[in-house]
Design a protein. Structure first.
Length: 185
């Protein structure tokens, strides 16, 4: 059985260290695990109940919901913007949380990792993302965490995929989320 993990990256910047983090996860996925790096969060309109109407949901939101509907788990990669997660990631969670009680995240194992410039590696953003995912109905894996501090200097000339601590940490997170997804299947 193949486990499908949907990866959402909270930074839209092409050279984002969190995007590189996600690419490292894809490259290091265990056998039998397919990590789909979602493209399209930039096209997602801000969540608005007035446009979230069955049969006429914006195409970008429908595409995201379909991708989550095919996933066995979700893995978020978040930087920290002003002490919290980026709006683009919160917006994606909002779209995936609806309809209330039956959204695409409902019951899915979920983990949050990331890197940020600060000395704590974005833990506030990650904590906020975990909280939001839990409220949205996901099964948040509290034991699957990875925060890498000092991203701007640490990855100035080193790709996260060439950093042993990153690869080891991501491997552990992927093992944990895969086990939970297999148990839920």
């Amino acid at each position: 059985m193949s486990i499908r993990i949907l990866a959402l990256v909270g930074s839209l910047r092409a050279g984002s260290h969190n995007r590189q983090f996600a690419e490292t996860a894809v490259k290091n996925a265990p056998e039998g695990v397919d990590i789909s790096l979602y493209e399209g969060l930039a096209e997602l309109p801000f969540y608005n109940e007035d446009i979230d109407i069955e049969g006429s949901v914006p195409a970008a939101a429908a595409k995201l919901r379909e991708a989550a509907g095919r996933a066995d788990a979700v893995l978020l990669f978040t930087p920290e913007y002003n002490g919290t997660m980026p709006a683009v990631l919160k917006n994606a969670i909002d779209w995936l949380s609806r309809p209330f009680g039956a959204g695409a995240l409902s019951g899915l194992p979920a983990a949050v990792v990331g890197t940020a410039f600060g000395q704590y590696g974005g833990v506030w953003a990650q904590d906020d993302a975990r909280k939001s995912l839990g409220v949205a109905g996901a099964h948040v894996l509290e034991g699957a965490k990875l925060s890498i501090p000092g991203s701007v200097t640490r990855f100035a000339e080193l790709h996260p995929g060439d950093d042993a601590e990153v690869v080891t940490g991501l491997t552990e997170v992927l093992r944990h989320i895969t086990e939970k997804a297999e148990a839920a299947a």
